[in-house]
Design a protein around this ligand. Sequence first.
Ligand SMILES: N[C@@H](CCC(=O)N[C@@H](CS)C(=O)NCC(=O)O)C(=O)O
Length: 215
Amino acid sequence: MTEATLIIGNKNYSSWSLRGWLAVKMSDLEFEEKLVPLFEDNHADTMARETPAGKVPVLLHNGNTIWESLAIAEYVAELNPAAKMWPLDAGRRAEARSIACEMLSGFTGLRSQYHMNCRKVFPGIEATEACANDIARIQTIWRDCLTKHDGPFLFGEFSIADIMYAPVVSRFKTYAVPVDDTIQTYMDAVLDLPDMQDWYAAAETEPWVIEEEEY
Ligand SMILES: N[C@@H](CCC(=O)N[C@@H](CS)C(=O)NCC(=O)O)C(=O)O
């Protein structure tokens, strides 16, 4: 029997849904997906009915309703400690949480210009100053972590920190952000994850297309 339901938005566009979905997958919690399409005429009503904060993702499990992607990740990490979703070392774990929180609370320059779109590649859209500053900061974070912890993921083993940056990897690919070999190797490791490939395959077959696709 399915234990949990994860409410998500369109896989092609919803970066926060991708974070929540990757976290639940990593935890091995059995779940079913409920997709609430974004950008529909009745979207606001549906979101108000289905979600506490009018946003996805939302996890329903054992009578609990959990929203905010990091809260979902923390919840499922606690459900299954064997999945080792955070680094085991307290110092590394704190550092991983720091960069996860930096992602969740910032990088609005990147987020507001380079929207996630798994299906497309849009090279040549020049980054605004705010977006370029965010890209530089993110690359510094990634390079520091990969050098310090020897890759292939930010803290060696795949963790919630990588989950929080997975949609950024996707955006860097879509907008052909120039990167060095270290960053490209990291991006490839994330994009090659079976769960990422499954998400991309599902995004590819979704029927919804928003205007932005015509860039
Ligand atoms: N801080 C939230 C952000 C959630 C969020 O903004 N989700 C977007 C989809 S990517 C959403 O639901 N947008 C619908 C809307 O604003 O109407 C999280 O971490 O889950």
